[in-house]
Design a protein around this ligand. Structure first.
Ligand code: G6P
Length: 369
């Protein structure tokens, strides 16, 4: 087992550090920036189904559901295709309206999650085209779907998903870009720019992993918190959910993710000087609005840990701590903003003496209802 951990303390840390390579592996043979194209035969062979779809319905559980939420923003923004994201367990028991004009995308690291598998069978029985995004090759979901793409993240042993999540987002971004190019939602120039920026992601993740000591020092300050709040907007709202999930899974600290603007409809009541609030405030999209959310937190004495774009000064002046991420397109930021939250949860859990690879009560793959 020590050998399998490759010199790391545990699998989770190893898997966090494997992300630059895992994302590169996900790109392999698909992202061909020099030829200005994305090659994915599973999409090319079924292009009509995707382009003529009434909508895409994404079904998944846990972290994979968060990747699905990121995909909702990606598909709608880059390819202008309407998307709904569903918890597989809710979808299958709701008598959902599905037709043969719908495309269902099932996302699953293990490919064995019982609820996701059942949702696929239901969608297929109603005539939908079902596409899988799985990590485990030959898994039940990979076999049960009509077509699909593997994430190629390699084995993920830690129960808390890390590299599986970023590689799911990678595959889903490639699909969204490919569809956006095919239906002309993206101009050739914009498409090319995305390919160039995508190609930089593995190096940027590598660069981000170097801030580990800084994140560790923030973890030391907040490790005894009882509650934490994670806020983000747009593409980074699902990252806030995932950040909170990661913390609760392995540290057992209660954490909630929220869309930043919804804070005033509830969570703001919880804010006091004991409440750390992790805010994603990259310099794109809704930056000014997030800055005003940060000011509202400040006015209530909450502790602010902000994830910002490198070189940011405005948030730095207000926040208690900042974590910088390299600059990229807004649609690609989830691949970067996720990383510091993984490290933060990891360090807090280790400081609290938790078993990060096998947290209590959780299973890597939930194969029963
Ligand atoms: C369990 C795992 C999570 C995972 C979820 C969905 O809860 O602990 O890490 O995100 O199942 O699993 P899947 O294999 O379908 O992605």
């Amino acid at each position: 087992e020590q050998i399998e951990k490759g010199g790391y303390e545990n699998f989770m840390l190893k898997e966090i550090h494997e992300q630059p390579k895992a994302i590169t592996d996900t790109f392999r043979g698909r992202l061909l920036a020099e030829e200005n194209m994305i090659k994915m035969s599973s999409i090319e062979d079924n292009l009509d189904r995707f382009l003529n779809a009434n909508r895409i319905i994404i079904v998944a559980c846990g972290t994979s559901w968060h990747a699905g939420l990121v995909a909702e923003y990606l598909f709608e923004d880059l390819a202008r295709i309407p998307v709904e994201v569903e918890y597989a367990s809710e979808f299958r028991y709701r008598n959902p309206i599905i037709t043969d004009k719908d495309v269902v995308i099932a996302i699953s690291q293990s490919g064995e999650t019982a609820d996701t598998l059942a949702a696929i069978k239901l969608a297929k029985s109603k005539g939908a085209f079902v596409y899988g995004v799985c990590n485990v090759v030959g898994s039940s979901i990979a076999r049960e779907t009509d077509s699909g793409a593997y994430t190629h993240a390699g084995p993920e042993i830690g129960v808390a998903s890390t590299k599986a999540f970023t590689t799911q987002i990678t595959v889903l971004t490639l699909i969204a870009l490919k569809l956006g190019k095919a239906n002309k939602s993206l101009s050739d120039e914009v498409f090319k720019n995305y390919l160039d920026k995508m190609q930089m992601i593995p190096k940027q993740v590598e660069q981000l992993l170097k801030i580990d000591e800084h994140v560790k020092s923030i973890a030391a300050v907040y490790k005894d918190s009882k509650n934490c709040l994670y806020l983000g907007r747009g593409f980074n709202f699902p990252v806030a959910l995932e950040g909170a999930l990661k913390l609760k899974e392995i540290s057992y600290i209660h954490a909630e993710g929220y869309p930043a603007a919804e804070m005033k409809h509830g969570p703001i009541a919880l804010i006091d000087e004991n409440m750390p609030i992790f805010v994603i405030a990259t310099n794109k999209g809704h930056y000014e609005k997030v800055v005003s959310n940060i000011q509202e937190i400040k006015a209530r004495a909450g502790k602010i840990i902000a994830v910002v774009t490198e070189g940011d000064t405005q948030v730095r002046d207000i926040a208690d701590h900042v974590i910088e991420i390299p600059d990229t397109e807004e649609a690609l930021t989830p691949l970067l903003t996720t990383i510091p939250f993984q490290l933060l949860s990891y360090h807090i859990a280790v400081m609290l003496g938790r078993n990060v690879d096998q947290p209590r009560n959780l299973a890597k793959s939930v194969t029963v209802e």
